[in-house]
Design a protein around this ligand. Structure first.
Ligand code: C2E
Ligand code: MG
Ligand code: MG
Length: 581
């Protein structure tokens, strides 16, 4: 009785009688059985088709069973291809040999059918379970990264062959789908609900698989974290990807229910397409295609999330130029290309300088001055932000000490230094700040560390401890670009911030937009209620300044007073009459 999923066995035995009898009896038990009489024939068969298990006679002329076993094990692991060796009854040494050469099990002649059937079953089910573990994702039951890449490589290969043989042109597509804001969800709800979200998303995507292509043409996997990948082979046309991406987005439209609350989860999708012409040219490999999809996915995120983007070669060029930038950046400190600029912080009512914000500049030998908005993200991605951040800290604290000695005022001049959230992951950070304070001899509360609201919120749990340690050193903590993230108000206190910097975009619209004015007033009131300081950034006009003074904001920065300038220029600003004590 052959069923569609009956296991496939290969019986290798030089003795015709043994071979026939064993294969007939196993076939009667429902196995699909093939036979081979010599080692070479067995090898050939195994290299051409997949067998669930091999029964191997140990005593064969020519290539012995043991030789064959050794050869096979060089390529196939015991879970890829289980092998049971059939040995003569009186040779315990040969059993030891077989097992030590990688046989999964052995049976003795004359073969007892129920025993051999039980051993075959045991080995096959174990190897299936192991392969599932290797190729499957335990959490969602989808395929995993290893399987996906394997499948993708096969698909590329298949496409290449069919276009070589039949001149057929075909398309395949790779979708990389990343949930938006999953980290924040995971941090605020905990891991269990986070897992439940992933399982739900997996089953929603799974339910759409039949819509995306014919059976066998669609492979869905979870690559890790909140990242899913979908391979669609034999596309009707490259334009199908648009439809497919919409199908995936539609699958997530219905809100998810987590701990009784309903949540809308969006996804950013990156798409890479391959046609048989490309495959033939031998260019793309699975990993590269996946990386292209990843670049497109990040572009979708950058463009506002919850959307899809198709990869284009210009994206790769962009990634490449970022890589070159990263390489150059690695030497920027040693080669003296970095410089700290200083922007004065102003007491608005008296228009005097109360301190500075340190803002990094990079003098690139070929590209000229590069803005921190361009290279700080690269520094964060590569980890270079840690040494660069320390350099800025040391540099600006030394500068502050010099100015404090020359310009006595009360309270003493202070320095704001921007910290990247990535620096909060450096276990040495607190130690370094402490050392810098000691070496430069500045009073801890004249150093203010600024953290950007939007970046902080994604790392909130891990940041908490670090911020409290920094606070214990006595330094100030400022929440930068306030209003651009989604801080819950309760966090402001628990995270130990002592002041807020209202984002430039609000100050910009302050004089012209009533709603913005209401928001700014609310922020200022909020800060006061929480007993926090408030600073306005990006003041460019007298109007904005007057508005802020009316609303009760006492400190600010902006081009109205001064752009960020070099250390020497900043020193000259300190010496202008209004500031010279
Ligand atoms: P930020 O910390 O919010 O700094 C304020 C930015 O606004 C600065 O840009 C400053 O030049 C600019 N700005 C100040 N006043 C005005 C104004 O009146 N009008 C306009 N249009 N712009 C004004 P910059 O120096 O290009 O820095 C951009 C961002 O790069 C900073 O935003 C900060 O997030 C980051 N950054 C700069 N230096 C460092 C650093 O040393 N470390 C780290 N981690 N990040 C830095
Ligand atoms: Mg800042
Ligand atoms: Mg800012």
């Amino acid at each position: 009785v052959l069923t569609a999923d009956s296991s496939k066995l290969l019986v290798v035995d030089d003795d015709e009688n043994n071979r026939d009898m064993l294969s007939r009896r196993l076939a009667r038990r429902g196995y699909a059985v093939e036979v081979a009489s010599v080692g070479n024939e067995a090898l050939e068969k195994i290299n051409q088709a997949h067998y669930d298990l091999v029964l191997l006679d140990q005593m064969m002329p020519g290539v012995s069973g043991l030789d064959l076993l050794r050869l096979l094990r060089a390529t196939y692991t015991p879970s890829d291809l289980p092998i049971i060796v059939v040995t003569a009854v009186d040779q315990s040494q040969s059993i030891v040999d077989a097992l030590s050469h990688g046989a999964n099990d052995y049976v003795m002649k004359p073969v007892d059918l129920p025993v051999i059937a039980a051993r075959i079953e045991a080995q096959i089910s174990r190897s299936r379970a192991e392969r599932r573990g290797k190729f499957g994702d335990a959490l969602t039951g989808l395929h995993n990264r290893t399987y996906f890449i394997d499948r993708l490589e096969h698909a590329i290969e298949k496409q290449k062959e069919s276009s070589e043989k039949r001149g057929a042109t075909g398309w395949l597509s790779v979708f990389l789908l990343d949930l938006d804001g999953f980290r924040v969800l995971n941090d605020s709800f905990g891991h269990k609900p986070g897992d439940a979200i992933l399982i739900d998303v997996a089953s929603r995507l799974q339910s759409k698989v039949p819509t995306l292509g014919a059976p066998g043409d669609v492979t869905l996997a979870r690559l890790g974290g909140d990242e899913f990948a979908i391979l669609v082979e034999n596309l009707a046309s490259p334009f199908q990807v648009k439809h497919d991406a919409e199908v995936m987005r539609a699958a997530l439209k219905r809100p998810l229910v987590v701990e009784g609350r309903s949540i809308q989860v969006g996804a950013s999708i990156g798409i890479a397409l391959l046609n048989s012409g490309d495959a033939q040219a031998g260019k793309p490999k699975a990993q590269e295609l996946l990386r292209d999809a990843d670049l497109a996915m990040h572009k979708a995120k950058d463009l506002g999330k919850n959307r899809y983007e198709v990869f284009s070669p210009s994206l790769r060029a962009h990634a490449q130029s970022r890589m070159t930038l990263a390489l150059d950046l690695a030497h920027a400190i040693d080669r003296g290309q970095l410089e700290v600029y200083y922007q004065p912080k102003i007491h608005l009512a008296s228009r005097t300088i109360i301190g500075f914000e340190a803002l990094i500049r990079w003098h690139h030998p070929e590209r000229g001055l590069i803005s921190p908005n361009q290279f700080i993200p690269v520094a964060e991605e590569t980890g270079l932000i840690i040494p660069i951040g320390l350099w800025i800290l040391r540099q600006s604290c030394q500068q502050l000490k010099t100015w404090q000695q020359k310009h006595l005022c009360s309270p003493p001049l202070s320095m704001n230094v921007n910290l990247s959230v990535k620096q909060l992951t450096d276990p040495e950070l607190v130690h370094h700040v402490e050392k810098t304070l000691k070496q430069t001899g500045i009073d801890p509360d004249t150093l203010k560390l600024e953290l950007t609201e939007s970046s902080l919120m994604t790392e909130i749990e891990s940041a908490k401890d670090m911020l409290s340690h920094l606070r214990e050193l006595g330094v100030g903590l400022k929440l930068d670009d306030f209003g651009t993230g989604y801080s819950s108000l309760s966090y402001l206190r628990t995270l130990h911030f002592d002041s807020l910097k209202i984002d430039r975009s609000f100050i910009n619209r302050l004089a012209t937009d009533r709603e913005t004015r209401a928001i700014v007033r609310t922020i200022i009131d909020l800060a006061r209620t929480l007993n926090m300081g408030v600073v306005a950034e990006g003041i460019e006009s007298e109007e904005q300044l007057q508005e802020l003074v009316c609303l009760g904001c006492d400190t600010g920065q902006g081009f109205l007073f001064s752009k960020p300038v070099t250390g020497e220029a900043a020193e000259r600003l300190l010496e202008t009459p209004a500031n010279a004590a």
